[in-house]
Design a protein around this ligand. Structure first.
Ligand SMILES: *[C@@H]1O[C@H](CO)[C@@H](O)[C@H](O)[C@H]1NC(C)=O
Ligand SMILES: *[C@@H]1O[C@H](CO)[C@@H](O)[C@H](O)[C@H]1NC(C)=O
Ligand SMILES: *[C@@H]1O[C@H](CO)[C@@H](O)[C@H](O)[C@H]1NC(C)=O
Length: 445
C-alpha cells in the first residue's frame, strides 16, 4: 500500500527540471538513512581545509607539462577549434593528466595505473584500483532488479573494487537510473561506449568513482520503480529527472574525457556536499543547464564542496551553468569556453570561484558578454563579499568577468602571486583532445 501511494504521487508530480531530485528513495528506508549519515561523516573528512595547496599544485604541474610538451607540439592561439578536421599527427599530450598516460602505447597493459593520473580535488579518487577487471560484454539493461552478468549494471552493483572495461564498442540505453557502489572505475578506453536515450548514472553516498572515456548523450527523465542498488539491497526510487551524472552526498570522484550532450536536466550535478571532485578533459555541447554544484539554498553541507574543473571544452549550443555554484570552493582552470547563450559561470550563497587561465569567447549577443552571473536574489551589497577572482584568463569578443571580494586579499590567500596558472592563451593546446578518445590497444591514445 505504501509503495502504491508513493508511486501514485511520483506519477502525479512531474520532476521539476533544473532541480535535482532529493527524494530519490523511500525516506523510511533505514538502509538509505544509515548510508546518508555515514556519507556525511566522510564528507567532513574528505574536505580539505587548505584548498589553496590543491590550486597551487595543479597550476604548477600544468606549467611543467606545457614546458615539456612545447617541443612536441606547435602552439596554436586562434579562436577556431580544429577547423572541422581531426588531428592526425603524432600523439601530443599537453596537460599533466594526459601526459601521465595517453602517449604510452602500453596504456592497456596496466589500466589501473591511470588511477594515479588525476589532479585537483579529485586526485585521491582511486576508483576500482587493486580490484579485478570486469569486462562488460552485454549492452542490455532489461532487468534492473536482477541484472544479467556481463551488463554494466551488474558490474556497478557488486561489492568491493572493480575496474570495469568493455569487450567492444557499444551503445547502452539504461531503463532506470544506474545506482553504483563505491570503488568502481568505468573505463571506456579501447572501445567507443555510448550511454544514450535512457536514464543516467547516480553516484549516491559513495566514494572512489572514476568514469573515463565514454559518451553520454540524450539522457531522459525516467519513472521511478524498484531498483537494485547493490547485491544485498533494492528499494523503491522516485523518478529520476534526467541528469546524465548525479553526484549526491559522495566524494573522491574523477570524471575525465567524457563527451556529453543533450540531456533532459543537468549533464553533471554534484549536490548534498559532494566533494573532492575533479572534472577534466570533458567536451560539453548542445545543452541548457550544464553543471550544477550545489542544488538547494538550504543545504549548508554544500560549503564543504571542493571541485576542480580543468581542461574542459565548453562547446557549441550551451546555454548556462558552466557551472552554477552554491557555497563551496570551485577552481576553474584552463577551460575553453567557446559558446554560451546566457552566461558561463553563475553562483550564489557565498560560493568561492577561482577562475584561472581560462579562455572566454563571448557569443555575438551584446547583452550576453558577461561571463559571470549572480542569482537575482542576492543584492550587490551581499555578492560583493563573495570571492570570485579572475587570473590570467583570456577574454575575447568583448567577454568580461565581474570579480568580487577583496582582490588583494584573494591574491595573498590563494597564493596567486606565488604559483600563477598557465595563461588562457594556452588553453587551446591544453584542451585540444577533450572528450571521448578513440584509443586502440598497443598504440598511443
Ligand atoms: C521528501 O519527502 C519527505 C517525506 O517523504 C518530505 O517530508 C520532504 O519535504 C520531501 N522533500 C522534498 C524536497 O520534496
Ligand atoms: C598568435 O600569437 C602570435 C604571437 O604571440 C601573434 O603574433 C599572432 O597574431 C597570434 N595569432 C592569433 C590568430 O591570435
Ligand atoms: C573502498 O576502498 C577503500 C580503499 O581500498 C577501502 O578502505 C574501502 O573499505 C572500500 N569501500 C568499499 C565500500 O568497499
Amino acid at each position: 500500500m505504501f509503495l502504491f501511494l508513493f508511486f501514485i504521487s511520483a506519477a502525479l508530480i512531474p520532476p521539476t527540471l533544473g532541480a535535482p531530485n532529493y527524494n530519490h528513495s523511500d525516506s523510511h528506508d533505514v538502509y538509505w538513512q544509515e548510508r546518508a549519515a555515514m556519507a556525511r561523516a566522510r564528507i567532513l573528512e574528505a574536505y580539505n581545509p587548505n584548498p589553496e595547496t590543491i590550486v597551487t599544485d595543479i597550476n604548477q604541474k600544468t606549467k611543467e607539462a606545457l614546458v615539456h610538451s612545447q617541443s612536441e607540439t606547435a602552439p596554436h592561439n586562434g579562436t577556431r577549434r580544429n577547423l572541422g578536421k581531426k588531428y592526425l599527427g603524432p600523439c601530443v599530450a599537453t596537460n599533466p593528466i594526459d601526459r601521465c598516460w595517453r602517449c604510452n602505447p602500453n596504456w592497456a597493459l596496466n589500466r589501473q595505473r591511470y588511477a594515479d593520473c588525476a589532479q585537483g580535488f579529485g586526485a585521491g579518487a582511486i576508483g576500482g584500483k587493486y580490484g579485478p577487471i570486469y569486462v562488460v560484454s552485454d549492452s542490455s539493461d532489461n532487468d534492473v532488479m536482477n541484472p544479467k552478468p556481463g551488463t554494466l549494471r551488474h558490474a556497478l552493483i557488486q561489492p568491493g573494487p572493480l575496474w570495469i572495461i568493455f569487450s567492444q564498442s557499444m551503445s547502452i540505453r539504461l531503463n532506470q537510473e544506474l545506482i553504483m557502489t563505491s570503488n568502481k572505475t568505468i573505463d571506456g578506453r579501447g572501445a567507443l561506449v555510448q550511454i544514450t536515450g535512457g536514464a543516467g548514472f547516480t553516484i549516491q553516498y559513495v566514494n572512489n568513482i572514476i568514469i573515463t572515456n565514454i559518451k553520454m548523450t540524450n539522457i531522459v527523465a525516467s519513472p521511478g520503480g524498484t531498483i537494485r542498488d547493490s547485491v544485498n539491497h533494492f528499494g523503491f526510487r522516485g523518478g529520476s529527472d534526467g541528469d546524465a551524472i548525479n553526484i549526491f552526498g559522495s566524494h573522491n570522484i574523477w570524471i575525465d574525457h567524457l563527451s556529453m550532450s543533450g540531456g533532459a536536466d543537468g549533464l553533471i550535478d554534484a549536490v548534498m556536499g559532494s566533494t573532492a571532485i575533479t572534472i577534466s578533459n570533458c567536451h560539453f555541447v548542445r545543452h541548457d543547464k550544464v553543471l550544477l554544484f550545489g542544488g538547494r539554498d538550504m543545504d549548508e553541507i554544500d560549503s564543504k564542496m571542493q571541485i576542480t574543473l580543468a581542461f574542459n571544452h565548453f562547446g557549441k549550443h550551451l546555454v548556462q551553468r558552466m557551472p552554477r555554484c552554491r557555497r563551496g570552493f570551485f577552481h576553474l582552470v584552463n577551460n575553453d569556453y567557446t559558446h554560451w547563450l546566457m552566461y558561463a559561470i553563475g553562483g550564489s550563497h557565498h560560493a568561492t570561484i577561482i577562475s584561472q587561465g581560462n579562455r572566454y569567447i563571448a557569443p555575438p549577443l551584446p547583452d550576453k558578454r558577461q561571463v559571470t552571473h549572480r542569482e537575482a536574489d542576492s543584492p550587490e551589497s551581499e555578492w560583493r563579499k563573495w570571492t570570485w577572482v579572475t587570473d590570467k584568463d583570456v577574454f575575447l569578443n568583448g567577454a568580461f568577468f565581474v570579480p568580487s571580494g577583496d582582490p588583494n586579499g584573494a591574491a595573498t590567500y590563494f597564493a596567486l602571486e606565488k604559483i600563477r596558472p598557465a595563461p588562457g592563451e594556452q588553453v587551446y593546446d591544453l584542451t585540444r583532445f577533450a572528450g571521448e578518445l578513440k584509443c586502440i590497444e598497443s598504440l598511443p591514445c
